[in-house]
Structures are given as structure tokens and as C-alpha cells.
Design a protein around this ligand. Structure first.
Ligand code: FES
Length: 184
């Protein structure tokens, strides 16, 4: 009798306890899984939205039509052109300058006007004391026709990658000057 009574006392305590635990776990997992699923559904589009500009290429390697080949002479000429930029979600248009000339063999070169000292804009033949040179008005840097640095600036002017197509000069990325070292 006493053992039957003990069983009766202990059973009700144990069985609901086990059932309750199991149901709680089941509900926890189910609700947790559903919440995670819904959370992922809400967050993933936001993540996609945030990284989307990074997934798109910035247009590196693109070329822009700048000048007619027929207009290029052995004297550097200034050409301005526009570059459309995408910085994250911010789209803008930058106005750029190139000094374009051709050499004796007809090869076309385009120099960046950004002074390699502190970034001012150089001009061709703008200093009467030093004709046929690029001159920077900020601190007096001077460069040869090929962009070789003569004073103040530590490096030659950079050059644009160029491409000739259907009678037009196309300009691409700015790269270190390879032509300047040809000068003695
Ligand atoms: S920025 Fe050109 S000389 Fe200083």
C-alpha cells in the first residue's frame, strides 16, 4: 500500500514535469527558428541594399572620349572632359583636365595637370621665364613637355592611359609617368 501510494505521489510530479519540459523545448526551438527565419528575411534585403554599391564595379578601366586625333599637335593642348563617378550611393560628375600632345612618331600622350608637389594644377607655357615647360603657380614646380619634374616636385606628372578609336582620343585611368624617363 505504502509503495502504491508513493507511486501515486511521485508519478503526477514526474510525468507533467517531463511533458512540460519537452513541450517548452519544442516551442522554444519552433519559435526560435521562426523568429530567425523572419529576421533573416527582413535583414538580408537591408544587407543587400547596403553592400550593393560595393558589388558594382566602379568603372575602373573605362575610357572616355576626349579629343579628335586630328586636333592633336606636338604642342601640349588642354582638354577638359567629364567623369561620372559612383561613390556608394552618391553619384557625381567630376570635371577633369588632360594636356594632350603627340611625339615625332605620332604617338599620343596625355598628362594629368595635378602637380606632384601638393596637388595644384599646372599649366603649359604659363611662366615667361621658363618657356615650353609646365609650371605650377603654387610653389613654382616646373616640368618638361614629357612631364619630367625639374624643380620642387618630387615626381613626374602622371599620365592617362590612352586609346585611339575611330579618329578619337580616349582617356582612361591615371598612371605613373613612363615617358618622362626617356628624357636625358
Ligand atoms: S603644389 Fe605645385 S609646386 Fe607646390
Amino acid at each position: 500500500m505504502s509503495s502504491h501510494n508513493e507511486q501515486q505521489e511521485t508519478w503526477p510530479e514526474q510525468r507533467p514535469g517531463r511533458k512540460e519540459m519537452s513541450r517548452r523545448q519544442f516551442l522554444t526551438y519552433t519559435l526560435g527558428g521562426a523568429t530567425a527565419f523572419m529576421g533573416a528575411g527582413a535583414i538580408l534585403p537591408m544587407v543587400r541594399f547596403a553592400v550593393d554599391p560595393i558589388l558594382h564595379k566602379k568603372g575602373e578601366g573605362d575610357f572616355i572620349k576626349v579629343a579628335e586625333v586630328a586636333k592633336i599637335t606636338d604642342q601640349p593642348q588642354e582638354f577638359t572632359f567629364e567623369l561620372k563617378q559612383q561613390d556608394g550611393w552618391y553619384a557625381s560628375t567630376a570635371s577633369l583636365i588632360a594636356w594632350i600632345r603627340k611625339d615625332e612618331s605620332g604617338e599620343i600622350y596625355a598628362l594629368s595637370p595635378i602637380c606632384k608637389h601638393l596637388g595644384c594644377t599646372v599649366g603649359w607655357n604659363s611662366n615667361k621665364d621658363h618657356p615650353d615647360e609646365y609650371h605650377c603657380p603654387c610653389h613654382g614646380a616646373r616640368y618638361t613637355k614629357l612631364g619630367k619634374n625639374l624643380s620642387v616636385a618630387p615626381k613626374p606628372l602622371d599620365q592617362y592611359k590612352t586609346k585611339i578609336e575611330n579618329g578619337w582620343v580616349y582617356l582612361g585611368d591615371i598612371t605613373p609617368n613612363t615617358e618622362a624617363n626617356k628624357e636625358a
